[in-house]
Ligand binder design. Structure first.
Ligand code: OOB
Length: 540
């Protein structure tokens, strides 16, 4: 197995420890501590179920023993694909307790993506629920085991486990749990939004991730009295760490799971549980703003609404306080690390017009031009970042690491920003060719590769087009191979490729040829830019 590591040069690691950012705690250790301090406080609310901190700990320990009994071993990587249900927490804290490494996939991922994650991480296990949104994940587990036989263990946390292993809920006393991980070990793997090809694997350590969570708690005013609503998928980095359910649990607060981010469901939960803080992507925030005037639920407990994942337009941002009665906090973050927030006491103008400033005074942020030279304040440039919770490398991907990190360890975020007075960042756009569809990042290259496998597709370019509701939508420009296929048929065919639904192109446009220059071929990047410009010109 390729070792799973995330390391900072010693002089940096020492500084991050000395300054108290890295506290030397693990996920398991902090949960044990909270369960000892406030055993009867409610940790997780999922529909009519309420788990106290003591119960969450007991369930995590039972799950851990169950994994070991089933044959998984400390150090094993396990793909976790769960929706917003309480068992997400017992299953994942169980993995931490057994020193296994979760890789967080999203409920929307399908076999092609799951098989990629399993191969790339050399996973030995796969954790699912029987079904979610009408999709049978056991069927997907069977396909996964056929494609990647190394995935020997499938654990089903809810519903009928069929031939697989159910999640253990009672502690097996004859199984000894291993010693805790070291805080500098990799705790879990997040996946990158990624601009080229398939998602990359992001190993995060206990030390670095917990720092970003507790520091976020201070910035977002999350305390033991807070109630955090998980409206977005729990496995995504934003609702996990900004300050997210991990921040909330770290604070000893209450985490309420919403089965859907729709305003009807979420407003009812805010009223019932007296939710104080939640996070949304911009299209959902817009939906909440539209629904709010006609609501019947009392949402006055809501103090903070975090919005991030994609650019939130100023006009809409301005409506948050008057319409929802809470403070907007913009978040500009990435699974690779760096997170920026507007502060709760910032002037309204800063809150609505910037994407915030970094969590830490030790977040080093550079805004540079094409030659890597710093640009003056207020000028747009590429954002590079280095710091106490920003990774130094992806797992098992030398070529991506060579592209994405500078020699002195800065992560090239791919975002184009302007740095304003006070270090506030304004996101202007991005250098990479991905589509940010309602906060879901889609790699143009990945989708092009799928479409090129279709016999009627001669060539294709995937381009992001501004969209009123989604922020951006994906448009496939296709040169047909002989007779033009039907757009709907191509979309239906894409759905058979075993990929997340959000990756199916929103729009298909057939063209006769792609522009080339006299000098020969244009780059894919340039081609996509031209197609976008021509398309938008025709629309106007
Ligand atoms: C969050 O994480 P990822 O890894 O899905 O995506 C990161 C990328 C950023 O590089 C940027 O391109 C975009 O998403 N982004 C934003 C943004 N927040 C993220 N672009 C404009 N404005 C924003 N506020 O999306 C993520 C992780 C943690 C917290 C929040 C978001």
């Amino acid at each position: 197995m390729i070792p799973l590591r995330q390391t900072w040069p010693e002089e940096f690691a020492r500084r991050y420890r000395e300054k108290g950012y890295w506290r030397g705690e693990t996920f398991s250790a902090f949960l044990r501590k909270r369960a000892a301090e406030r055993p009867d406080a409610i940790a997780i609310v999922d529909r009519d179920r309420r788990w106290t901190y003591a119960e969450l700990l007991a369930r995590a320990e039972a799950a851990a023993a169950g994994y070991l009994k089933a044959g998984l071993k400390p150090g094993d990587r396990v793909v976790v694909q769960l929706a917003n249900i309480a068992e997400f927490f017992s299953a994942v804290f169980g993995l931490f307790r057994a020193r296994m490494i979760p890789l967080y996939s999203l409920p929307a991922h399908r076999i092609t993506e799951i098989a990629h994650f399993a191969r790339k991480s050399e996973a030995a296990g796969y954790i699912i629920a029987e079904r979610h949104d009408g999709f049978d994940y056991r069927e997907q587990a069977r396909k996964l085991q056929a494609e990647v036989p190394a995935v020997k263990h499938v654990i089903v946390v809810a519903g009928d486990a069929a031939e697989f292993t159910p999640l253990a809920t009672e502690r097996q006393e004859d199984v000894a749990l291993p010693q805790d991980a070291s805080p500098s070990d990799v705790a879990f793997i997040q996946i990158s939004g990624g601009s080229t090809g398939l998602s990359k694997l992001i190993p995060r350590t206990h030390d670095d991730y917990l720092y970003s969570c507790w520091a976020s708690n201070e910035i977002c005013n999350v305390t033991a009295e807070s109630v955090f609503l998980v409206a977005l998928p729990a496995a995504h980095n934003f609702p996990m760490s900004s300050p997210g359910h991990i921040g909330a649990l770290y604070a000893g607060a209450r985490v309420v799971l919403s089965p859907s981010p729709n305003p009807d469901t979420a407003f009812a939960l805010i009223e019932r549980e007296r939710v104080t803080i939640t996070g949304l992507v911009p299209p959902l925030a817009l939906l909440w703003l539209q629904a709010a005037p006609n609501r019947t639920a009392d949402i006055s407990s809501l103090e903070v609404l975090l919005v991030g994942g994609a650019k939130f337009t100023q006009e809409v941002a301005r409506r948050v306080r008057p319409t929802l009665g809470c403070t907007l906090q913009q978040v500009f973050g990435m699974a690779e690390g760096l997170v920026n927030y507007t502060r709760l006491d910032d002037p309204e103008e800063i809150i609505v017009s910037t994407q915030g400033r970094p969590i830490s005074t030790d977040d080093e942020v550079l805004v540079v031009d094409d030659l890597g030279q710093p640009v003056p304040e207020g000028e747009p440039g590429y954002l590079l970042a280095r710091g106490p919770y920003t990774i130094r490398g992806y797992h098992n991907d030398e070529s991506a690491n060579a592209r994405s990190f500078t020699e002195d360890g800065f992560y090239r975020t791919g975002d184009i920003v302007r740095r304003m007075p006070g270090g506030y960042l304004e996101v202007q756009g991005r250098a990479g060719d991905h589509i940010n569809r309602a906060g879901e990042k889609i790699s143009a290259e990945e989708i092009e590769d799928h479409l090129l496998a279709h016999p009627s597709v001669f060539d294709v370019a995937i381009v992001s087009i501004p969209d009123e509701y989604l922020g951006e939508r994906s448009c496939a420009f296709i040169i047909p191979n002989g007779e033009k296929p039907k757009g709907a048929a191509l979309k239906a065919w894409m759905r058979t490729r075993g990929i997340a639904e959000f990756k199916v192109p929103d729009q298909i446009v057939f063209v006769e040829a792609f522009a080339t220059t006299a000098a020969g071929k244009v780059s894919r990047k340039e081609l996509r830019a031209r197609l976008r410009a021509e398309f938008l010109e025709q629309q106007s």
